[in-house]
Ligand binder design. Structure first.
Ligand code: OOG
Ligand code: NI
Length: 461
């Protein structure tokens, strides 16, 4: 029998093999990430593993896919459900502040601590929102909707196996093998010729719409390894002649603890694709749809911590607007140093980040009474705090990834009208609750505190 986490780990590994065969620069990214991680581990020892064991970090990937309709998203949820991955978070990338892409998204990922430790594979999953009349007139919108309604992304056999794996939380070896083959194939780039006129019609309006609705299948559009020092990774990739985008999205490189998520990417490469022209003949063409991204993960922040992060983004934007010649990263570093506590202790004390707590093995001897607040327990060495790693995404960084990679030129998508999509809508569309990431971190934190309290015989620290 193959358990859910084993299925998930095998799926992530096979997807990685497939992607590496198809996008060779990805393999370079993985190799360089591994080298950087080994160097960081050598230099920092156990500290390097504070946000995940080196085993976890080395295997860790996230992928991204894009689908066209709620029905397709519903099927995707069944496939990831088989792998023990649940929808977490609602990302509205239509928001102007996020960069304005005509999609709404969620991330499918494991949610409990043990499952995350076994394999944290996650997939950022976006759904096209074709409701904006500025982009799609009624005729084109209905052509697009008909096109999407007529395609089949996932064969019924795959969905049936997925339902079984989810219900039984495992599959017999033979069925697991079949499931994995079908699942990986469903996310491979199709070699089927693309209807050139249709693709270009959509592309003129939105590159994202063409990527999603211009073809009969979906594909993984990037697979992201995790690295322990993203600034170093960026330098080494550039040295190897791989052209990265010039910025690292997310928090700056600063002297305090790593928070949330920092990401950078290389531009989508032109890949040969067969195109069918209106007269029916097939010609060679090239499309840029798949790219490479790498990320460094930091500590998960509370709602207050997140509000602070969003506020600082705005502050940095304002300063950049006032000093267009200044270096954004440098400004961000200064802003952060002024506003963000520089130690884990202070982040915890100010309720800005999430930690789990355990009894310190070298705590004061039996006989003395433990204090009753978390702060005192920490300060007097009774308990130790371990930061919780951020398992999710950032909408503005995500929108940046969309924009900087999908197409070199072409119009930036700019869609702010349209239907009222939100987490509740998404939950209804996929028939499963879209979980609140803050609630998940909080639960982990609270569980550890309850356990500490029981072990120390306290009522409530
Ligand atoms: C998804 C972009 C978001 C991330 O890491 O923020 C993402 C996409 O391009 O489809 O993967
Ligand atoms: Ni990504």
């Amino acid at each position: 029998m193959i358990s859910q986490w084993q299925l998930r780990a095998a799926f992530a590994a096979r997807l990685s093999d497939m992607y590496g065969r198809e996008v060779p620069a990805y393999t370079t990214l993985v190799d360089v990430s591994r080298e950087v991680n080994e160097d960081v581990l050598r230099a920092q020892g156990a500290d390097a593993e504070r946000l995940g064991s080196i085993g976890r970090v080395t295997a860790e990937r996230h992928g991204a896919i894009r689908v066209g309709t709620p029905a397709e998203l519903h099927q995707v949820a069944r496939i990831f459900g088989a792998l023990g991955m649940h929808p977490v978070g609602f990302y509205d990338l239509r928001e102007a502040a996020a960069g304005a892409v005509p999609v709404v998204s969620t991330a499918f990922r494991p949610v409990d601590g043990e499952e995350l430790a076994c394999n944290p594979f996650r997939v950022f999953t976006s759904m096209l929102t074709p409701a904006n009349p500025r982009f799609f007139d009624a005729g084109l919108r209905s052509r697009l909707e008909n096109f999407l309604a007529g395609r089949e992304l996932f064969p019924p056999e795959l969905l049936a196996l997925a339902d079984r794996a989810e219900a039984e939380r495992e599959l017999p070896d033979g069925d697991a093998e079949r499931f994995l083959q079908l699942a990986v194939a469903a996310f491979e780039l199709s070699s089927e010729p693309i209807d050139k006129a249709w693709y270009e019609t959509l592309e003129r309006i939105s590159a994202v719409a063409a990527d999603i609705g211009g073809v009969h299948s979906t594909h993984i559009n990037h697979l992201t390894p995790r690295v322990l020092d993203i600034d170093e990774l960026h330098r080494r990739m550039t040295e190897r002649g791989i052209e990265m985008i010039d910025t690292i999205q997310g928090p700056p490189d600063w002297k305090g603890p790593d928070l949330l998520l920092r990401q950078t990417s290389f531009r989508a490469l032109a890949e040969p694709r067969a195109l069918r022209t209106p007269d029916g003949s097939v010609t060679g063409g090239a499309l840029r749809v798949r790219f490479g991204e790498v990320e460094a993960r930091g500590i998960a922040v509370t709602r207050e911590g997140r509000a602070l992060y969003d506020h600082l983004l705005t502050l940095v934007d304002e300063q950049v607007a006032l000093n267009p010649a200044a270096d954004r990263a440098e400004l961000a570093r200064t802003v952060w140093s002024e506003h963000v506590p520089g130690t884990e202790r202070d982040l915890a004390a100010q309720g800005l980040a999430y930690f789990t707590h355990q009894i310190a093995t070298d705590r004061p001897r039996y006989g003395s009474h433990p204090p009753t607040t978390v702060g005192d327990l920490l300060d007097q060495g009774w308990i130790r705090a371990e930061p919780l790693v951020y398992e999710d995404f950032l909408p503005r960084s995500a929108a940046g990834i969309f924009q900087s990679n999908l197409s070199g030129e072409g119009s930036r998508d700019n869609d702010r009208q349209g239907a009222a999509y939100d987490a509740a809508w998404l939950s209804g569309a996929i028939d499963r609750e879209v979980l609140d990431p803050f609630a998940l971190y909080e639960q982990q934190q609270n569980r550890s505190l309850d356990k500490v309290a029981r072990e120390l015989g306290l009522s409530a620290p």
